[in-house]
Design a protein around this ligand. Structure first.
Ligand SMILES: [Zn+2]
Length: 262
């Protein structure tokens, strides 16, 4: 088959004027590339068709879909190719399909790497449970959710709605203010989640504490600031032991780093 392609390419070079063929080939590659990119990454079809670069971050945003769809595109592209093609247009189209499939595969791989980069890997510095200190003092309406020794790896940004505090499994998690527990159980990506609602200086405050290894309170229970509500773990969508904490004031999401003493 490769010999046939080479022959066809040689014939094509002879048959078509040099100034015309590259333009046609590039046009075909661009058209097929845009078509396949549109299938593999629907959200970025417009970007692809304008031949603008797609950042790793953009690709990562759709990684869950692209990882699956890209493999289908590759299969469809190869299956749809006819390597016995003899006209320059067919040869160019077949090559473009194969190249586009390869690009889709590479984009999927890049997306997988980018997604992996967003997981949590800072576990070596996490202290053991034995080093846990007494519950932190409440100041300014809020207390800290963890004893010292944690590492903040991420806060609010993009689709991420909380602050990630990496620390050893089993570290106690404290209620950052007094309130009433509204959720205490496993909840999808949050894993073991405790959500409680309190009142700070006249404002309604909702606090979500995610990825717990175990939960120490129940729904409807009243908690006081500094009370242990659960223990650090890595349940749900998490790859390392950490507390993911979200804070909403009067229903609006805020950055925990701006309101909690952390
Ligand atoms: Zn998080």
């Amino acid at each position: 088959m490769r010999a046939a392609i080479r022959r066809a390419e040689r014939d094509a070079r002879r048959a078509v004027a040099p100034k015309i063929r590259p333009v046609r080939a590039i046009g075909t590659v661009a058209a097929v590339g845009a078509l396949i990119a549109g299938v593999a990454f629907p959200a970025y079809a417009a970007i692809q068709s304008e031949a603008q670069p797609v950042s790793v971050h953009d690709v990562a945003a759709g990684s869950a879909q692209s990882l699956v769809v890209a493999s289908e595109v590759k299969t469809a592209g190869v299956a749809g190719s006819d390597y016995s093609a003899t006209t320059p247009e067919e040869v160019a189209a077949a090559k473009a399909e194969a190249e586009a499939a390869e690009r889709a595969k590479q984009q999927a791989a890049a997306a997988a790497q980018a997604a992996a980069a967003q997981t949590y890997t800072t576990t070596s510095a996490a202290p053991s449970v034995a080093s846990v200190a007494a519950p932190p003092a409440v100041s300014g309406g809020f207390g800290a959710p963890l004893p010292g020794g944690y590492t903040i790896t991420r806060s609010v940004g993009g689709a991420h709605q909380g602050t990630d505090m990496v620390i050893g499994a089993g570290t106690p998690i404290y209620a950052v203010t007094s309130g009433t527990v509204v959720t205490a159980g496993y909840s999808g990506a949050y894993g073991n989640l405790v959500t409680f609602v309190g009142n700070v200086n006249g404002s309604s405050v909702e606090v979500r504490n995610a990825h717990m290894s175990s939960i120490a309170v129940g729904p409807g229970q009243t908690v006081s600031a500094g009370q242990i509500i659960g223990y650090v773990g890595s349940t749900g969508r998490s790859t390392a032991n950490h507390l993911h904490i979200e804070v909403r004031i009067n229903g609006g999401l805020v950055d925990p780093m701006g309101v909690l003493p952390i």
